[in-house]
Write a new protein. Structure first.
Length: 125
């Protein structure tokens, strides 16, 4: 399995990391009603929940881009690099979200989105 495919797996797991940050150690968490608990959050825990949602939103285009670039037999090294950078930017994005650093978070998001666009461009060439 290629590095890029491992990055897809890790990107699929990343929302769970941010969900754990939002839930673990918080007062009043009820696994029977997790959505009610999440609606009650504030501060960094709420931002961790938002990071989870954003990680879920970013995953489908990334996974599609890796699969498509690989299917058309784009250069494996470039696909691996773009996938790795995407994964790094998504992790930094979550950390910056939790820290409430919105401008830097948006710049990191843009870099990650650029990796997805780059993967599609690799597929197109």
């Amino acid at each position: 399995m290629t590095l890029a495919f491992w990055c897809v797996l890790l990107a699929a797991l990343m929302p769970i990391v941010w969900a754990g940050c939002a839930k673990i150690g918080g007062d009043g968490f009820d696994n029977a009603r997790p959505r009610a608990y999440l609606r009650s959050l504030s501060g960094w825990r709420l931002r961790a929940h938002w990071a989870q949602e954003n990680a879920y939103e970013a995953f489908p285009p990334f996974a599609a881009a890796v699969i498509i670039a690989s299917m058309v037999k784009g250069p494996a090294a470039i696909i691996d690099i773009l996938a790795g950078v995407f994964l790094l930017t998504r992790f930094l994005h979550g950390l910056l979200y939790i820290q409430d650093r919105s401008t830097l978070r948006s710049l990191v998001w843009l870099a990650g989105f650029g990796c997805v666009v780059g993967l599609f461009l690799v597929a197109a060439s």
